[in-house]
Design a protein around this ligand. Structure first.
Ligand code: ZN
Ligand code: ZN
Length: 780
């Protein structure tokens, strides 16, 4: 007995150990043989010409700077302390050092006056009094400067190895890349990675300082005469007669606005991650270029953690799990459109079922609307003007139709198809309709970027004074939905941008209500603090961005809350206010929603003019509000967003270990021998009746092998049945998520097991319904 138990224990936790041995990492030396000499010798001639011009101009610049008056300046630190310094002499780096050496070593760049546009090199002298922040790698901007500086180092290594013409080298979300043209149109090979890392190692050791130099456009054209891409960028981006900057580190001089880390030794850990080809300026008509992606960190520990994270993320890749678990796949003849297999559809339906239950509780009404509409609808909604590129347009009966990319216009039409009263508000129309968006084929990626999808989409039509309550309910919805799944989330309020439509008072009132709702939620139990993203709202209304964090702390955009003042005007939506219905009502009528008089009038005029010219008749003519009527506010909202994408996120979040209620494989019944197959089938039949996804293992495999297979397939529960179980109508239960149950031998009555599973499923819980008894725990 003891031995079997041990074997089962091993089988239970052995999943990770079975992995194939990792590919041995090739050291630089191993690669040098088939990758040619490490660096070009002699170096390309443009390097020397460039340095000569730089040295001459840099000397002149330093002489100019030396002449500047050293007036006293005041430097205010974030904690309020004020330091004195001298203009054109004191650097942020010196200030950091004066506080502590470790601060300076950690520091990446400085920010002046709290302005995201005013980043300043640590070694560049300050020119005036300012507020000063020292940013390190943990700061979002600091990290980008760090990665941007690393791109220069990669660029230097590439020039030294390939003699290439560099193009651009920006930081990106998880590192940076450099884009370049190799001589003769050659391509970068994976065998180049290690030699490049080797050269980078040398550059880091050399502790090359980043030197900043302002140059005229003419001098820049001279300096980069060897490089057609830099020439193009200089001619295109820099106005005649103006100056811009280059930065030098070692032999590399690059066109760049900066700033950078003080010197190359800050980049302690560096790795090339991948390479690919691209087009200059992203245009397929231009030259093909080579891109090399890298990532870097201030220390090796962080690099190791990053690589571990990538490994973990790769294991959780939903495309991989989708294949392993037979959830979905794609056919070449319909790119970006998921083929949902039976087991994938079980997950899809479980998500939908949950959302529909919530809709029932929260007073939503489900509707269904057409997949395609005449383009007159899309013209009315503004989609044709702003979104046509992303739509599929079809010719039908000599007219143009568009597949819907969103449900909003259809819901607006539904709202206006008859007169509406204030008593009907808020009206919450939910629609799981199929949407199509024409994503570029190159951008398609598993289920996270698709062309065909369904959303848990809904539009709430409400009075302005109902905004707060509606938004508060959405927060509550998120809290229960995401909370149940073990996802956390962050909220950001994006407010009125410079270019906006409607009246400023309406915006102010709406934003004030959103802030109240956000504050209330933040202070409630299980609430979440929020951030302000000033000026980042859409032109037609403020919005709340919701970033969902999965268990790897990766951020995903799922939920949306977007207020819309524009569509109600586009579709002339209105409702009878209380005032007209009952003139004596003391309650003041809600303020009407915005009406940009000039805009509406000119649109109306245009509609009529088009009509006179014999052009297509508009779908409807925008009209001013009828007496006693007001415009509703429209709230676009989704909790999961695209069900396809959400399934992909959950797949990676749970690493394919679905909680029972979502699981496509809930129970497998395993008979210890063929003599108990009948009882196993009977148990399965009972579970199936209770709507569980249950299978029976009727293979001739050994018990251990059968259990192992059940574990690999991620069944939530394995019911083992043998003689004792059959006689007493019991089952021996192993729960996937609790290894302490794996080797247990305490059968549970079948009826009790079924009831407990039913409860776990209806709770949508993630607990163990069969916890070890007190007796067992004390024994252990
Ligand atoms: Zn730069
Ligand atoms: Zn919408």
């Amino acid at each position: 007995m003891e031995k079997v138990t041990d074997a089962l224990k091993k089988a239970a936790i052995g999943g990770e150990k079975k992995e194939k041995p990792k590919k041995e990492k090739k050291g630089p030396a191993a690669d040098a043989g088939d990758a040619g000499p490490l660096e070009l010798n002699p170096p390309p001639s443009f390097i020397n010409d460039r340095v000569e011009l730089f040295d001459k101009l840099y000397k002149e610049q330093q002489e100019e700077l030396a002449k500047k008056p050293r007036t006293e300046i005041l430097i205010t630190m974030p904690d309020g302390t004020v330091k004195t310094g001298k203009a054109y002499e004191t650097t942020p780096g010196e200030i950091a050092k004066s506080i502590s050496n470790s601060l300076y070593k950690r520091a990446v760049v400085a920010r002046l006056d709290g302005d995201k546009e005013q980043l300043w090199d640590l070694d560049r002298p300050l020119e005036r009094s300012c507020k000063l922040e020292i940013l390190d790698f943990n700061d979002e901007q600091g990290k980008f400067v760090f990665w941007h500086s690393s791109a220069h180092i990669l660029g230097e290594a590439c020039e030294r190895r390939f003699g290439c013409s560099l193009c651009i080298g920006p930081p990106v979300d998880s590192g940076f890349y450099y884009e370049m043209a190799l001589p003769g149109g050659a391509a970068v090979q994976p065998s180049d990675w290690a030699p490049l890392e080797n050269i980078v190692g040398k550059i880091v050791k050399e502790k090359q300082p980043f030197q900043r130099l302002e140059m005229t456009k003419d001098d820049l054209l001279k300096m980069f005469s060897y490089n057609p891409y830099k020439q193009h960028i200089i001619k295109d981006k820099i106005p005649d007669g103006t100056k811009t900057t280059v930065y030098r580190n070692g032999p590399l001089i690059d066109l760049c606005r900066g700033p950078h880390v003080p010197h190359t030794s800050r980049i302690e850990a560096f790795a090339v991650m991948k390479n690919s080809s691209s087009y200059f300026l992203g245009d397929a008509n231009n030259d093909t270029l080579q891109r090399i992606y890298g990532v870097s960190f201030p220390d090796k520990k962080q690099m190791a953690a990053h690589k571990k994270f990538l490994e973990e993320a790769a294991k959780r890749d939903h495309r991989l799990i989708g294949k392993q678990q037979e959830l979905f796949y794609f056919e070449e003849c319909s790119p970006g459109s998921t083929m949902w297999l039976p087991h994938g559809m079980r997950i899809h339906n479980a998500i939908m079922e949950y959302i529909k239950e919530e809709y029932w509780q929260r007073g939503y009404d489900e509707v269904m609307t057409p997949n395609m509409f005449n383009t007159s609808l899309w013209e009315q909604s503004g989609h044709l003007a702003h979104y046509k590129e992303d739509m599929f347009i079809l010719d039908v009966d000599k007219e143009q139709f568009g597949l819907k990319p969103m449900n909003c216009p259809a819901h607006a039409m539904m709202f206006r198809h008859r007169e509406r009263s204030h008593k009907e508000l808020p009206l919450r129309l939910a629609d799981f309709g199929v949407l199509h968006r024409n994503e570029a084929s190159g951008a398609l990626s598993g289920m996270t970027r698709v062309r065909r999808f369904q959303q848990d989409d809904a539009h709430i039509f409400c009075r302005e004074d109902q905004i707060k309550e509606e938004v508060a309910d959405l927060f509550d919805f998120m809290r229960s939905f995401y909370g149940m799944l073990g996802l956390t989330f962050k909220l950001k309020l994006s407010t009125r941008p410079d270019k906006y439509m409607g009246e400023i008072e309406t915006w102010d009132r709406a934003e004030a209500r959103l802030k109240e709702a956000l504050d209330d939620f933040a202070s409630s139990q299980g609430g979440v603090a929020w951030e302000l993203n000033a000026g980042d709202g859409a032109f037609y209304g403020p919005k709340i961005d919701v970033a969902v964090l999965d268990c790897l702390n990766r951020s995903w955009q799922c939920a949306t809350i977007q207020l819309d003042f524009q569509q109600p005007i586009n579709f002339s939506l209105e409702y009878q206010t209380a005032e007209v219905v009952k003139a004596s009502d003391a309650k003041p009528a809600p303020a009407p929603a915005p009406e940009p008089a000039a805009e509406a009038a000119s649109d109306e005029h245009k509609d009529q003019k088009d009509h006179k010219d014999g052009k297509k008749k508009p779908l409807l003519v925008k009209k001013p509000l009828a007496p006693g009527c007001a415009r509703p506010v429209m709230i676009h909202r989704a909790m999961a967003g695209s069900i396809e994408r959400f399934t992909a996120i959950l797949c990676e979040h749970f690493a394919g270990k679905w909680p029972l209620w979502l699981s496509p494989r809930q129970v497998i019944v395993i008979p210890v021998g063929m003599g108990f197959l009948d009882y196993a089938k009977e148990v399965a039949q009972i579970l199936r009746k209770e709507r569980f996804h249950v299978d029976v293992d009727s293979t001739g495999n050994t018990l251990q092998k059968k259990i192992r297979n059940g574990q690999l397939a991620q069944y939530n529960f394995i019911f083992v049945v043998g003689d004792d179980e059959k006689k007493n109508r019991k089952v021996n239960i192993r729960y996937r998520d609790d290894t302490s149950t794996q080797a247990r031998d305490v059968p549970v009555p079948l009826d009790e097991a079924v009831e407990k599973l039913k409860k776990l499923k209806s709770d949508r819980g993630m607990y163990n319904p069969f916890p070890p008894s007190k007796e067992e725990t004390t024994k252990a």
